[in-house]
Design a protein around this ligand. Structure first.
Ligand code: K7E
Ligand code: CUA
Length: 622
């Protein structure tokens, strides 16, 4: 009986809903919408033979990789393996990448940063850091591959990186987790005295293609969050947010949000550089460590709304904008006001020996769009507008930096972390597009089980209203991305032939196998469609070794032809590498399993690719 009544009520409710829907239905609007869909489709359609206008370099989060998309098509073009192995490219298997990966097999890549010249992306290099295992990486945009990975000692989780200074003088790596100085054992009861939030200044030696640590700073044991480098008038400075200035050591979810205010750390890296040159540092594990309590004059604190997440410097370098995360507001601060307070030594006190500036004397305005919740990160355009992601209310809010006025908002699906605007972190953003990097896709795409992909939504900024024109599912996890004009990059077509390159072989007749004690060294070539390891042998595509031998295989791809990549996999030896046109790669292993092992080209390279194989013969020990 009850069910029956409920059924009738349900039907009635359904009818009411249909009436409301039909009452709302306007055929004209429907037609207009279709026209809109068609225009939007045109905006993102990149016809065959044409290329996308921008590259988007998107963080792969805990996949450890870097994803590359074309904008506006939003097509995934390539993945650059960085902190995790990748059998498709042999990353983590060949000698070079294996050495760079060291003992780690995963990473958590949060923030890509393009190299800059005069505050503009120069298209030369791309940096990234690994929160999981304290590493920094640099990719060369000539080859779209990693040139160096540096493990940074003394730190715990460089989350707030990488961001570069206007001429790529430094990339700074502030950390999420405080650890005891030198990462010694220390009880958490000694958190406030022994633990530190260590920030590292890393430089890139372009000639050697190496990352190096210039110095570190032993900051108070707080969690440092998103950071940004200054520009123009603030070019010698950088800012980073903090949370857990409560210094709690457990149940952070509650305990790290007690105080009404946390801080923005404002630091002058030119001053820090001078201090280090003047010997104002202690040495720890071979690294110059600056203690701001002892050496003053470079670091200041600006109080801000509790537990901020992002802080972003405006393109003209005059302001920095902090986003509240827990407070529903963005706070705009003035660099000029901060410099004035610092020059006049007008401080509101000290915290852990670091001067605290007076909030009111540095703050320009608090921006509080109605019902907007969970502001995380801001991007900018060329017209003085900021675009802030609202994690909780799932939208992007466009507002005027100079007046604080909200001008537009667009709902996104769902919960955006960062957004990335075209040339957004430069002194001259393009203002054409912004991409919302959403944490949750829910019902947006074909379902693939309980967990769904994340999503990116492309938003057109050229009209009066922001308009979503494309959406793409992405693998975990889009934290941040940078969008650069494609014509700023000029990638190699083939690796240039270089006869002096160590272990390279450029003709079939120079291919050889040599033995030195227990080491067998192969200098081979790969070409369509064969391997030649030993030009004098009866079977030129066979490598014969003895069980227990160390085998070193150098392989040069002598097809100097666009996109003719060869692979090299050894059946059941868990080895694979890729050799791009003109490249020499090396793989090293111990032949610890006797037997017969087919080897083959793993990258489809010609009509006779399937014939491109040979054998590794491992003769058993007597
Ligand atoms: Cu906001 Cu790691 Cu940039 Cu993710 S962080 S969202
Ligand atoms: Cu070479 Cu397939």
């Amino acid at each position: 009986m009850k069910k029956w009544i409920a059924g009738i009520l349900g039907l009635a409710a359904g009818a009411l809903v249909s009436i409301l829907i039909f009452a709302d239905f306007n055929p004209k609007e429907e037609v207009a919408d279709q026209a809109n869909v068609a225009t939007n489709a045109q905006k993102v359609y990149v016809p065959f033979g044409q290329k996308d206008e921008y590259y988007l370099f998107a963080s792969g989060g805990h996949s450890g990789q870097m994803f590359i998309y074309g904008v506006p098509s939003m097509r995934h073009i390539r993945t650059i393996p960085v902190f995790s192995p990748d059998s498709a490219t042999g990353w983590g298997y060949d000698k070079h990448s294996k050495a760079l990966m060291g003992k780690y097999s995963w990473g958590d890549l949060h923030h890509p940063a393009l190299s800059e010249t005069e505050g503009d992306y120069d298209g030369k290099y791309l940096f990234a850091t690994d929160v999981a295992n304290n590493r920094a990486a640099v990719m060369d945009l000539k080859t779209f591959s990693v040139s160096d990975i540096l493990e940074v000692p003394n730190i715990g989780g460089p989350h707030c990186a990488a961001f570069v200074t206007p001429n790529t003088e430094y990339l700074f790596l502030p950390t999420r987790f405080a650890v005891p100085l030198g990462r010694e054992y220390a009880s958490l009861d000694e958190f406030s005295t022994k633990y530190k939030g260590v920030m590292s200044a890393v430089t890139f030696n372009e000639e050697k293609k190496k990352l190096e640590i210039a110095y570190q700073v032993a900051l108070p044991p707080w969690s440092y969050d998103l950071s940004d480098a200054g520009k123009k008038i603030s070019k010698d400075w950088a800012v980073m947010t903090t949370y857990n200035t409560e210094e709690s050591t457990t149940e952070m979810e509650i305990n790290a949000s007690q105080a009404d205010r946390d801080y923005i750390v404002l630091f002058n890296w030119r001053e820090l550089e001078k201090m280090v040159a003047d010997g104002q540092f202690d040495e720890l594990n071979g690294i110059k460590m600056v203690d701001p309590e002892k050496h003053k004059g470079a670091i200041y604190l600006v109080p801000t709304a509790k537990s901020p997440h992002g802080v972003d410097v405006t393109p003209d370098g005059t302001r920095f904008v902090a986003s509240g995360k827990l407070a529903p507001a963005m706070t705009v601060f003035s660099f000029e006001k901060a410099f004035k307070a610092i020059n006049e030594k007008k401080f509101a006190g000290e915290r852990n020996g670091i001067p605290v500036l007076d909030y009111k004397s540095v703050m320009e305005r608090e921006v509080n769009p109605e019902n907007a919740l969970g502001p995380l990160h801001s991007q900018f355009d060329d017209k003085g507008f900021a675009y802030t992601t609202m994690f909780i209310s799932s939208e992007i809010v466009k507002w005027n930096v100079a007046t604080g006025e909200t001008v537009d908002r667009v709902p996104v699906q769902y919960s955006p972390g960062h957004a990335a605007s075209a040339e957004g972190d430069t002194v001259s953003p393009d203002g054409k597009y912004i991409i919302a990097l959403n944490k949750i896709a829910k019902d947006t795409y074909l379902p693939v089980g309980p967990s769904h992909p994340e999503s990116m939504q492309l938003i057109d900024l050229t009209g009066k209203k922001m308009e979503i024109i494309q959406s793409a599912p992405v693998d975990p996890e889009p934290h941040y991305a940078q969008m650069i004009k494609a014509d700023k990059l000029s990638p190699l077509v083939v690796y240039p032939k270089d006869e002096k390159r160590p272990n390279s072989v450029w003709t079939q007749k120079d291919a050889r196998i040599t033995r030195n004690g227990n080491t067998v060294e192969v200098h081979g070539v790969a070409l369509r469609s064969k391997f030649i390891f030993d030009s004098n042998a009866k079977r030129k595509d066979v490598i014969s070794v003895k069980e227990g031998d160390k085998v070193v295989i150098h392989l040069t791809n002598i097809d100097l032809d666009q996109d003719i990549t060869h692979g090299f996999g050894i059946n059941s030896y868990n080895l694979n590498m890729e050799v791009q046109p003109g490249q020499t790669q090396t793989i090293e292993f111990i032949a610890d399993k006797a037997g017969t092992y087919p080897l083959y080209c793993t990258n489809f390279c010609s009509a006779l690719h399937q014939e491109m194989n040979g054998y590794l013969l491992v003769e058993p020990k007597a």
